[in-house]
Design a protein around this ligand. Structure first.
Ligand code: ATP
Ligand code: MG
Length: 92
């Protein structure tokens, strides 16, 4: 069973579709890289897989469980303890 799975991941920024129906599986202990030209959507793919950006459509599963996007907060930082531990800081 894959440890990480992206199913039909689409992410749009306004009219720009950065990811279109991306499917991927990462098996336990597998090391996978993503390659592509500038603007191909690599960083967006990571951001959607880690929950940093919610997908416009599609789902991410970690260890078989659907992972939900983090709750966005208006404060200077937020922390989300989901399948991945993420801390983000921004200057407001
Ligand atoms: N937050 C955002 N708002 C609007 N458009 C965005 C945003 N993030 C990415 N994009 C657009 O989505 C597309 C994919 O960008 P992304 O940064 O994911 O590509 P990349 O493969 O990581 O590129 P690079 O190799 O330059 O790092 C680009 O057209 C980019 O301009
Ligand atoms: Mg990038």
């Amino acid at each position: 069973m894959p440890i990480l799975e992206g199913k039909n991941l689409t992410r749009a920024f306004g009219g720009l579709i950065a990811l279109k129906e991306v499917n991927l599986e990462v098996q336990p202990h597998e090391i996978l890289g993503i390659i592509g030209p500038n603007g191909a959507g690599k960083t967006t793919c990571f951001n959607v897989l880690t929950g940093f950006y919610p997908p416009t459509s599609g789902d991410v599963f970690f260890d078989g469980r659907r992972s939900l996007p983090p709750p966005w907060k208006n404060g200077p930082s937020w922390e989300w303890s989901g399948p991945f531990s993420i801390r983000a800081f921004s200057r407001n």
